[in-house]
Design a protein around this ligand. Structure first.
Ligand code: PMT
Length: 400
C-alpha cells in the first residue's frame, strides 16, 4: 500500500478520458488513499457522479450552488483536507482557465482556492494540444509549480493519431506515488546494471543465471522517484521499464561492459545489481551443436572459458569514479564474502543478500556492508528496500 493515509482530491473535467478516472479512483483507494471527487458539469455527461460516489465511498461535488453542502464553502473546504489535488482528465478549457486564474465553476473555483499541490493529466485532441494557446497555458502552469502528467501519444477518440491522450490510470498512479517520494537525488545522474547476462555457446544455447531483474528495476524506479536521471543497463529480462528511466538492453557481459563504459561519464552514482557471468565460453560455435545420437556427450570440463571484464571494479578504478555500490549474492558466509568483494573491488558499499532471498522473488533481505561493518535492513518488498538504499546512497553522496 503505497498511499496509506494520503488524502487525494480528484477533479474530473469533460472529456471521453473521464472513464479512465473511474479506474484511477479504484487504484488510488487500493493503495490506501482516500479520494474525494469533484466534477465539472461537462464531466457528468461522460460518467455519472454516482459511479464516482460508489467507487470513492464519498459524496461527489459537482454543483457550486448545492445547498446541501455545509456552510456553502465546498470550494474552500475541498482542498484544505487534501494532500494533493489531481485533475484527470484536464481539458484544454480547464487548463486555460486555471492558467489565467479564472474560477467560473466549482472545480475551477476550488482549484484556485486550493492550498495543496496540483497535478494535471491533460486529455484533448492533438490539434488542441499543439495549439500555441494551450502550450502557452501549460508553460504558465509549469512556472506556477503545477505538475503536468503526460499526455501520451497514440490513437485518439476522434480517430486521429498523435499527442493528447490522457495517461492510463496505472501511469497516473505511478506518477502520484512518485510525487510523494522525497527528492533525495534531485539533479543527480545514476547508472545501474540489472538482470543476468547470457554467454553464448552456440547460436541458440548459452550460460546464464536466475536473476529476474526485479531488484535492479526496483532500484531504478526508486532512484527515479527520488529525482535522479536514471539509466538502466539490463541483461535479458521480462520486466516493464519504470517510468522516465532510460533502458538499454544487452545480452552478454561484454555488451554490458561496453554499454556501461559508454555511459559512465558524468554519472554521480553507479550501482552493479546485475549478476554478471564471471566467465564466457572461449569459442562460440558457428552452427548449432549436434546431438550426434548421444555418442559424444558434451562435458562442462570440455568447454574452455575466458574471464569477463569486472565492470564494477573497472568503474571504481576510473580516475574520478562515481560513488560505486556493488551487490553480492551468496549461498553462505555472506558477511565474509561480501566484505571480501567490497575490498577487492575497492568500493565503499556492497549490498549482501542470500541467493534464496534475492533471486527471482518480490521480497528480499538485504545487509549493507561498509567500512564500519554490517547494517541489516528489515526484510521487505524489493521496492521498499530500494527506497531505503537510495536514502542511504543520498546520505553517502552528501557526506563523501
Ligand atoms: O534480479 P533478481 O531476481 O531480483 O535478483 C537480484 C540479485 C540476487 C541478482 C541481486 O540482488 C544481486 O545480488 N546481484 C549481484 C549478484 C552477484 O553475486 O554478483 P557477483 O558476486 O558476481 O558480483 C559482485 C558485484 O560485482 C556485483 O555488483 C556485480 O554486478 C559486479 N560484477 C560482477 C562480475 C563482473 N564481471 N562485473 C561486475 O560488475
Amino acid at each position: 500500500m503505497e498511499l496509506t493515509g494520503k488524502r487525494i482530491a480528484l477533479g474530473i473535467t469533460g472529456g471521453i478520458a473521464a472513464y479512465k478516472s473511474a479506474e484511477l479512483v479504484r487504484l488510488l483507494i487500493k493503495q490506501g488513499a482516500s479520494v474525494q471527487v469533484a466534477m465539472t458539469e461537462a464531466a457528468t455527461h461522460f460518467v455519472t457522479p454516482t459511479t464516482f460516489q460508489a467507487l470513492s465511498g464519498k459524496r461527489v461535488y459537482a454543483d457550486t450552488w448545492d445547498s446541501t453542502i455545509d456552510n456553502s464553502m465546498a470550494h474552500i473546504n475541498f482542498s484544505r483536507e487534501a494532500d494533493v489535488l489531481i485533475v484527470a482528465p484536464a481539458s484544454a478549457n480547464f487548463l486555460a482557465k486555471i492558467a489565467n486564474g479564472i474560477a467560473d465553476n466549482l472545480l475551477t473555483t476550488l482549484t484556485l482556492a486550493r492550498n495543496c499541490p496540483l497535478l494535471v493529466a491533460p486529455a484533448m485532441n492533438l490539434q488542441m494540444w499543439a495549439n500555441p494557446a494551450t502550450q502557452r497555458n501549460l508553460s504558465t502552469l509549469r512556472a506556477d509549480g503545477v505538475s503536468v502528467l503526460g499526455p501520451a501519444s497514440g490513437e485518439q477518440a476522434c480517430g486521429e493519431i498523435g499527442a493528447g491522450r490522457m495517461l492510463e490510470a496505472e501511469e497516473i498512479l505511478a506518477d502520484v506515488i512518485s510525487f510523494f517520494q522525497p527528492k533525495l537525488l534531485a539533479g543527480k545522474k545514476l547508472l545501474l546494471t540489472a538482470g543476468p547476462t547470457f554467454e553464448a555457446i552456440d547460436p541458440v544455447r548459452g550460460i546464464t543465471n536466475l536473476s529476474s531483474g526485479k531488484m535492479g528495476f526496483a532500484l531504478a524506479r526508486a532512484a527515479q522517484e527520488a529525482g535522479a536521471d536514471v539509466t538502466l543497463i539490463c541483461g535479458p529480462v521480462c520486466q516493464p521499464t519504470p517510468r522516465f528511466v532510460t533502458r538499454i538492453d544487452v545480452v552478454s557481459a561484454l555488451e554490458m561492459h561496453a554499454a556501461v563504459m559508454q555511459h559512465i561519464k558524468a554519472q554521480d552514482v553507479f550501482i552493479g545489481v546485475a549478476a554478471v557471468a564471471d566467465y564466457r565460453p572461449k569459442h562460440l560455435a558457428e552452427h548449432k551443436l549436434k546431438k550426434n545420437d548421444g555418442a559424444n556427450v558434451p562435458s562442462i570440463e570440455g568447454l574452455q572459458f575466458v574471464l569477463n571484464p569486472d565492470i564494477l571494479a573497472e568503474v571504481a578504478a576510473l580516475p574520478a569514479p562515481p560513488l560505486c555500490v556493488g551487490f553480492a549474492a551468496e549461498s553462505h558466509n555472506l558477511a565474509e564474502y561480501a566484505q571480501k568483494k567490497r575490498a577487492a573491488k575497492k568500493i565503499p558499499l556492497i549490498v549482501g543478500n542470500l541467493i534464496q532471498d534475492g533471486f527471482g522473488g518480490d521480497n528480499n533481505r538485504l545487509i549493507l556492508f561498509d567500512a564500519l561493518g554490517q547494517h541489516p535492513l528489515t526484510p521487505a518488498p524489493k521496492l521498499e528496500l530500494s527506497r531505503q538504499l537510495i536514502a542511504h546512497i543520498a546520505h553517502l553522496l552528501e557526506t563523501c
